[in-house]
Write a protein that binds this ligand. Structure first.
Ligand code: C5P
Length: 222
């Protein structure tokens, strides 16, 4: 049995990747599988937390015992997070959120015979959920963000993470490298966690479940 160090704590976790529809059958999305977010939810529940898991386009099963809310787009995720966050002492934004959405969604399937050889899409910036969570933080709330980056240089990756936590205003930021073969959709992960003063609070590599426990150690200590 896991230690019950998170007993009585309410934790909101987002997992997966949002998708933005182009037409009734197509979307713009990302390759997040939701594994790291589901691992966080599983580990937190095992340590006694009351978990709410908000999932977008999961590729893995989620534990049946956890309260789950399903969303698709960034706007839907934003709405659920805004409604749920005030009743949770900890919010972990592990979801890969689509930064842009198509300016308009076609009512019927986009046809190549009508569009010709070049199809232009205009995309509109989505609201930053993490940033507005931190801006409207409930007193005493702990907010954890993620940074999925393709930067290969360790020092540059860390400075990207430090800039990002300063911009977002979260308490912790989990930096993880992603790419064609890393990060998304794999069973393992390598992370560094920085705090709001830019100090590296933890580094971990291993299964997504073991990485989740290292992140939760920091949550538990705060
Ligand atoms: O800016 P970037 O997308 O790299 O930030 C990643 C972090 O911010 C993740 O925690 C992600 O869940 C969150 N995010 C968000 N809303 C967005 C984009 C990212 O909450 N529109």
């Amino acid at each position: 049995v896991a230690p019950q160090d998170l007993a009585g704590r309410r934790i909101l976790i987002t997992a997966g990747g949002t998708r933005e529809p182009l037409d009734p059958v197509r979307f713009i999305g990302n390759r997040s599988s939701g594994r790291q977010g589901v691992a966080l939810a599983t580990a937190a529940a095992a340590r006694g937390a009351e978990v709410t898991l908000v999932v977008a386009n999961l590729e893995v099963e989620h534990p049946a015992s956890i309260r789950v809310i399903t969303v698709g787009t960034t706007a839907e995720l934003a709405e659920v997070v805004a409604a749920e966050a005030p009743s949770h002492g900890v919010v972990i934004m592990a979801a890969a959120v689509a930064d842009y959405r198509p300016e308009r969604v076609a009512e019927s399937k986009i046809k190549k015979d009508r569009e010709g050889d070049v199809l232009e899409l205009r995309l509109i910036r989505n609201p930053d959920i993490l940033r507005s969570l931190a801006d409207h933080r409930v007193q005493g709330q702990l907010i954890v963000g993620f940074a999925a980056e393709t930067e290969l240089d360790d020092a540059k990756l860390l400075s990207l993470g430090r800039e990002k936590i300063a911009r977002k205003g979260s308490d912790l930021l989990v930096i993880n490298r992603v790419g064609w073969t890393e990060g998304f959709a794999t069973a393992h992960n390598t992370i560094s966690v920085v705090d709001s003063s830019g100090v590296v609070a933890a580094e971990a590599t291993g299964t997504k479940l073991s990485v989740a426990d290292r992140i939760l150690d920091l949550v538990s200590a705060r």
